[in-house]
Design a protein around this ligand. Sequence first.
Ligand code: ATP
Ligand code: MG
Length: 229
Amino acid sequence: MSDPVLTLKDAALSLDGNAGRVDILHGISMEVHKGESLGLIGPSGSGKSSLLMLMGGLERATGGTVTALGHDLGTMNEDALARFRRAHMGVVFQSFHLIPTMTALENVATPLELADDRDAYDKAAAELANVGLAARADHYPAQMSGGEQQRVALARAAAPRPDILLADEPTGNLDGANGAAIIDLLFGLRDRHGATLVLVTHSTTLASRCDRVIRLTDGRIAPFEKAAE
Ligand SMILES: Nc1ncnc2c1ncn2[C@@H]1O[C@H](COP(=O)(O)OP(=O)(O)OP(=O)(O)O)[C@@H](O)[C@H]1O
Ligand SMILES: [Mg+2]
């Protein structure tokens, strides 16, 4: 098999909050290979979003290691990590994280502009059309529904054609037809561009499309890796 795109070895995450230290993830070891689609499932609070943040270098492991495309994310400095993320990763956050002062089109164009893409706005417009939002290009996030914002966030993450796409509940706010279109878009990135997908989901439809499913319980990988029934 090809070299893994993501490797976690005994990765742990603990955070210090005002209520003290919270141990969120424990002993997470796994590999994700190029072009693979991995579903992450598990109950609310089991650590799915936290694990996605570790994989995306948005949180640093407090134990063990997280390696992406051969780079140890724990030892990179902030600048190198930001550059690496920009060059290789797309992230769709559970709460979208759109920039409120930018229109849908500007939000999607931003990562392309940061990559000095001369066609940033044309590509952003095409990407918005792909998620069915051509007519919303000039709308601000506050003027859009949750499902529309979610699709803008996905268009923004997908536009630079990342090697690794990490998406937190990408169909969570969508009805059947829009959800199916987003699933096609995600797997299209994989099939046409070789992207590796890690998808947090409560949807059995989406989980069943993934090559492999990992279930988390209480911050650990549950002892089975079979697709959701
Ligand atoms: N910044 C933080 N400080 C302290 N605890 C946190 C922090 N972020 C998350 N947690 C805790 O870590 C645990 C895992 O949270 P996480 O958001 O990863 O769960 P999840 O599986 O994504 O849940 P959901 O399905 O509800 O989105 C929860 O118990 C949560 O309260
Ligand atoms: Mg979550």
